[in-house]
Design a protein around this ligand. Structure first.
Ligand code: PLP
Length: 414
């Protein structure tokens, strides 16, 4: 795309999409809101808000155990949401476990490996660009089992060193767990190649799809990935809900994560037998309204079309990168060839939070800091970045406001 192309020639429908997000229609600090913090959380369309309101106003009830009408309706809607999520990622519904989010899903898998699979001297591979939630659960598991956490190095552009990765694979490696898309660098990792290299040696792969789900089509069976985690709130859904996809054979094999109601088949004081997956991993009353809301969110994404979203965001990202590049003294952190719309940068020697505060004063929401990737920031020798992260409702006008805003911030900071 020509970097100067006007927004309406990129995708006219974006204005209709924006109208579905009430929160975007406001001013912040006297200026129309420009929301560019989608990597942290996305906004919610009216269809999600209405679905959740309808649940609480007409059929709020507990799931799975009730014979009464409201409970049956709630159960049907909760399980329908599981089917919607399964269809969205190309899985069977039995392979979709509702979790609190990506962090919870990774902890679930890491806890299972920690209990039943990892042995002293085993290895777990992650990468240098992981979010803390894909570092610490594995670190805890490795510490307890005296296993070794290995880290795939990255280049200065923010791309995985795939030769190094290939050479790290060996029979001691029990799992590879990596981000599909880096929340800080925006790098889109070569997940097919990662899975194929690991599988050649019989090693399972977990993908952290927190930053992929709202931007890239996911087909887990086609990918042949073993586990995948995502968060509802980064996918136009509510907070407190996400999913773990696990191949059925793996979900059978992993031990329960938590004990309680719903995850059991039969309990005596001597011995408990467990429910079949996915319920085996859903102890206690789940986040019912949130799961149903997430179902509505993926229905919304499906209606818009994830391929259309991907194509539009690709153009918008190119536009944003080209426009930001014109700001004197601005440097990008992360310049991978395959990238998403999470765009990190620094300007001169200005601290990211100073730039972020001055952008906020102009009604522009970005995230600043280490983005829960401290080891990655150490790798680049920086305290953090300013991160503008795009979603389908962003426009070239938003990018123009950002560029203008950064220029103004730099002038004010002197
Ligand atoms: N992984 C990545 C790449 C992320 O960007 C995030 C959140 O920013 C997470 C994991 C954690 O997601 P959550 O806090 O929703 O569990």
């Amino acid at each position: 795309m020509d970097a100067t192309t006007a927004q309406h020639t990129i995708w006219p429908e974006v204005e209709l999409i924006r109208n579905e997000f009430p929160i975007l229609q406001q001013t912040v600090n006297g200026r129309p809101l420009v929301y560019l913090d989608n990597g942290a959380t996305t906004q919610k369309p009216v269809s999600v808000i209405r679905t959740m309101q309808e649940y609480y106003t007409t059929y709020n009830s507990n799931v799975h155990r009730g014979v009464h009408t409201l409970s049956q309706k709630a159960t049907a809607a909760y399980e329908a949401a599981r089917h919607q999520l399964a269809a969205f990622i190309g899985a069977h519904h039995q392979e979709v476990v509702f979790t609190k989010g990506t962090t919870d899903a990774i902890n679930l898998v890491a806890a299972g490996f920690r209990k039943d699979i990892l042995q002293e001297g085993d290895e777990v591979i992650i990468s240098a660009m992981e979010h803390h939630s894909n570092i610490v659960p594995w670190q805890l598991a490795c510490e307890e089992k005296k296993a070794v956490l290995k880290v795939i190095p990255i280049s200065d552009q923010g791309e995985l060193d795939m030769d190094a990765f290939a050479s790290m694979l060996n029979p001691r490696v029990k799992i590879v767990s990596v981000a599909w898309v880096s929340n800080t660098l925006g790098t889109v990792n070569p997940v097919r190649e990662i899975i194929s290299l690991a599988h050649r040696q019989g090693i399972p792969v977990m993908l952290d799809a927190a930053q992929a789900a709202a931007h890239i089509p996911i087909r887990v069976h086609e990918l042949d990935v073993d586990f995948l985690a995502l968060s509802g709130h980064k996918l136009f859904g509510p907070t407190g809900i996400g999913i773990l996809y696990g191949k059925e054979s793996w979900l059978q094999k992993l031990p329960p994560y938590q004990g309680g109601g719903d995850m059991i088949k039969h309990v005596t004081f001597e011995k408990t037998t467990y429910n079949e997956p996915p319920l085996k991993f859903e102890a206690g009353t789940p986040a019912i309204c949130e799961a149903i809301g997430l179902g509505a969110a993926v229905a919304w994404v499906t209606e818009v079309g994830i391929h259309k979203i991907q194509a539009y965001e690709h153009q918008l990202t190119e536009y944003a990168v080209a426009q930001l590049r014109t700001v004197p003294g601005l440097r990008f952190i992360g310049e991978a060839k395959h990238r998403s719309g999470a765009i990190s940068f620094l300007v001169g020697n200005h601290h990211p939070s100073d730039v972020g505060i001055l952008l906020d004063q102009q009604g522009i929401a970005v995230r600043t800091g280490h983005h829960c990737t401290q080891p990655l920031c150490d790798r680049f020798g920086i305290p953090g970045t300013v991160r503008a992260s795009l979603a389908v409702y962003n426009t070239t006008d938003d990018i123009d406001r950002l560029v203008e805003g950064v220029q103004k911030a730099v002038t004010l900071l002197g």
